[in-house]
Design a protein around this ligand. Structure first.
Ligand SMILES: NC(=O)c1ccc[n+]([C@@H]2O[C@H](COP(=O)([O-])OP(=O)(O)OC[C@H]3O[C@@H](n4cnc5c(N)ncnc54)[C@H](OP(=O)(O)O)[C@@H]3O)[C@@H](O)[C@H]2O)c1
Length: 201
């Protein structure tokens, strides 16, 4: 959380990043699964990055829509603070799930929760993990900094798509992201990073 602005009330203006894998036709999901066969290297990259703690050892926050939460593998749910975006979950009994830190009605509500004490003092990096509506709200949010995209160079049948972001963001390289063209399970892919044009660092 270093670099986040602290108000007198103890509230912090947290920033957050987006993680997504998408195909040439911007597909991200099909029938509640990924549209492509498993890409082990991408899964490892994604899990390592979104679960990475801050330098001072604070756990990251993973924010997902309800359907993404339901179809997320168990390995992705531990060692982080999970926030689920849903208006219906409070009626479903899923709030008893000890892996869920908080259910919020929108991305804004989740960011407000992350910005308020005492939670803002306990957390490391904040990640938005989809699906489509959650991404849409996130990439247009002023506190969104980076979008980490795994671009899979093939077209797949999909029913869920990543929104257009290219006008607001510019591609950059980061030292700890291997941006070379890679291959796994017969698929060509690339880890890309985009920065919001209005973000200075
Ligand atoms: N390729 C990738 O990187 C990636 C990442 C994530 C997901 N996916 C794929 O995407 C698909 C799931 O995404 P999805 O877009 O269909 O569903 P989703 O966003 O994960 O979940 C939709 C549900 O979340 C809640 N929700 C989402 N946005 C909301 C908002 N702004 N305000 C209030 N509630 C909101 C609602 O829950 P309630 O109905 O409970 O109110 C809504 O029904 C799956 O196929 C998954 O595999 C792919």
């Amino acid at each position: 959380m270093s670099g986040d602005k602290v108000e007198e009330s103890g509230t912090k203006t947290v920033t957050f990043d987006v993680m997504v894998a998408m195909s040439d036709n911007r597909g991200i999901g099909n029938k509640l699964k990924l549209p492509w066969p498993t890409i082990k290297k991408d899964f490892e990259y994604y899990v390592e990055r979104v679960q990475r703690k801050s330098i001072d050892g604070k756990r990251s926050v993973n924010i997902r829509g309800r359907l993404t939460w339901d179809c997320t593998q168990e390995v992705e749910k531990y060692g982080v603070y999970n926030i689920v975006i849903s208006k219906s979950m409070k009626d479903s009994g899923q709030l008893e799930d000890p892996k869920i830190q908080k259910v919020c009605a929108s991305v804004q509500e989740a960011i407000d929760y992350c910005s308020s004490p005492p939670f803002c003092d306990e957390i490391g990096p904040v990640w938005i993990m989809g699906g489509a509506q959650v991404y849409e709200e996130a990439i247009n949010h002023p506190q969104c900094r980076y979008i980490f995209v795994t671009h899979i160079y093939r077209t797949f049948e999909a029913d869920t798509f990543f929104p257009k972001f290219e006008e607001q963001y510019e591609e950059i390289s980061l030292d700890d992201v291997d941006g070379s063209l890679q291959q796994d399970n017969g698929l060509m892919f690339q880890f890309k990073v985009y920065k919001k044009k209005s973000v200075t660092k």
